[in-house]
Write a protein that binds this ligand. Structure first.
Ligand SMILES: *Cc1c(COP(=O)(O)O)cnc(C)c1O
Length: 421
């Protein structure tokens, strides 16, 4: 459920009419609903009620400081994968003890940043990384809390670019090697082993791969305890999928996911961490765009928008589907037509949808891309020298620009021409 609904024939975000925002900020723009973000965070928090837990929002899905502040104030922890994301979490007021550092290639500078600024735990992905953390922690005279990210060799049955839990993926330590690497970790100075971490992929629409992975985490935890490690925390990653269409089979609900966690791992006495990104931010955001031209081709009609692949790359990168709806509600009975919905960028890949059924719209009309709050703005670029589009947050009957559109002067001003040219 989200808070983007038609009221009196006009699409609203909570209580604000979208044309009103478009008139103020111009198109295209991203628009997030505070009520939806709050609701989705609470669904996870409540799903784990009764167990000691922390819901860590995966910043990589949506890293705007206002979004992080909103979630942080609700009690969320943060899952970061770079020094930049760590700085964002801190700037949004989230304390180090609620920040988990994931990622396959943490640099010495990033490790130092987290150890000096405060960190809940590093999710360590290799033995070389473990040794670098040990060396830096020893030099700083601190102890680094760590979990090893194990690769359970489970097929997440999701898009190949976002599956991470098979042995052929670059992520984590093979689970068969884990006991050996934990023994090394326990022997290293400056390292405090606190838990086990797993993350098998994104946009999972079935609980079975989670169950298989959690079962392996359970077996490993029992084995590690036998080996003498005080495993007290289990980080189960993110990955729960969202419905990108109204018609598709609905993915499992957070409450079902929470019940599975409790069923498989609940008796271990561990604190549970989860790292959802997409399910919290995905359906809490839309991208609003204007139609520039309707171009009638041979056997095809192209709807050319002012948004493009640089603003929302998921369709061209993953073949992802986004529902695209008119901001003005069509009159009942309006016959839809077929459109190829495209952006202005000079690449055929700049296509949002092919032969999409849609009620007729024309130049100047507003359309909204649903489910664009995760992996939307964060993956955008200035390809074709198109300035990054603004982000707007709605709460109730008011809205604020939470990242303005840069001016062309700012955009050009980032380059410099050497004096010898
Ligand atoms: C991407 C990622 C997440 C978030 O995944 P979602 O599918 O957005 O929930 C969580 N943890 C790690 C380690 C990740 O890489």
């Amino acid at each position: 459920m989200d808070h983007f609904l038609y009221k009196n024939g006009v699409l609203h975000a909570e209580d604000v009419a979208i044309p009103e925002i478009a008139a103020t900020v111009g198109t295209p723009f991203y628009l997030y609903s505070a009520a939806t973000l709050t609701r989705h965070f609470r669904l996870f928090d409540e799903a784990l009620e009764g167990t000691d837990h922390l819901v860590c929002f995966a910043i990589k899905s949506n890293s705007n400081l206002a979004v992080l502040k909103l979630l942080g104030d609700l009690g969320a922890g943060m899952d970061v994968v770079s020094g930049g994301e760590y700085r964002r979490a801190k700037a949004a007021g989230v304390p180090g003890e609620r920040i988990v550092f994931s990622g396959v290639g943490k640099t010495p500078e990033e490790i130092r940043l987290a150890l000096t600024g405060g960190i809940r735990q590093f999710n360590v992905e290799s033995e070389p990384e473990l040794r670098v953390i040990s060396a830096i922690a020893t030099e700083l005279g601190v102890s680094a809390p760590i979990a090893l990210r194990v690769n359970p060799d489970v097929d997440a049955k999701t898009h190949e670019k976002i599956a991470t839990g098979k042995s052929e993926n670059k992520f984590g330590i093979p689970i068969a090697k884990a006991r050996m690497v934990y023994a090394e970790a326990a022997a290293l100075p400056g390292i405090a082993v606190v838990g086990v971490d797993v993350h098998i992929g994104s946009q999972l629409t079935d609980l079975a791969p989670f169950e298989a992975a959690f079962q392996k985490v359970r077996d490993l935890t029992l084995a590690l305890r036998e080996d003498g490690h005080a495993i007290r925390r289990l980080d189960l990653g993110g990955g729960l999928g969202i419905p990108y269409t109204r018609s598709n089979l609905a993915p499992p609900l957070p409450v079902e996911y929470g019940a599975l966690i409790k069923e498989v791992l609940g008796d271990l006495g561990c604190e549970i961490e989860i790292e959802p990104g997409r399910l919290i931010s995905g359906n809490a955001g839309i991208m609003v765009s204007s139609v520039i031209y309707l171009k009638e081709g041979e056997g095809r009609n192209f709807l050319i928008l002012d948004a493009a692949m640089n603003d929302l790359v998921r369709p061209s990168m993953y073949g992802a589907h986004h529902d695209i709806i008119p901001v003005l509600e069509p009159a009942p009975g309006t016959a839809p037509a077929l459109f190829d919905i495209v952006g202005p960028v000079c690449e055929t890949g700049d296509t949002f949808a092919k032969a999409r059924e849609m009620v007729p719209v024309g130049p100047g009309d507003l359309v909204a891309f649903r489910s664009a709050g995760a992996y939307g703005a964060v993956m955008s670029s200035e390809y074709n020298s198109r300035p990054l589009i603004p982000e707007v947050l709605v709460q109730g009957d008011h809205f604020a620009v939470i990242r303005p559109r840069p001016s062309f002067e700012e955009m050009l001003g980032r380059d410099s021409i050497p004096e010898w040219l």
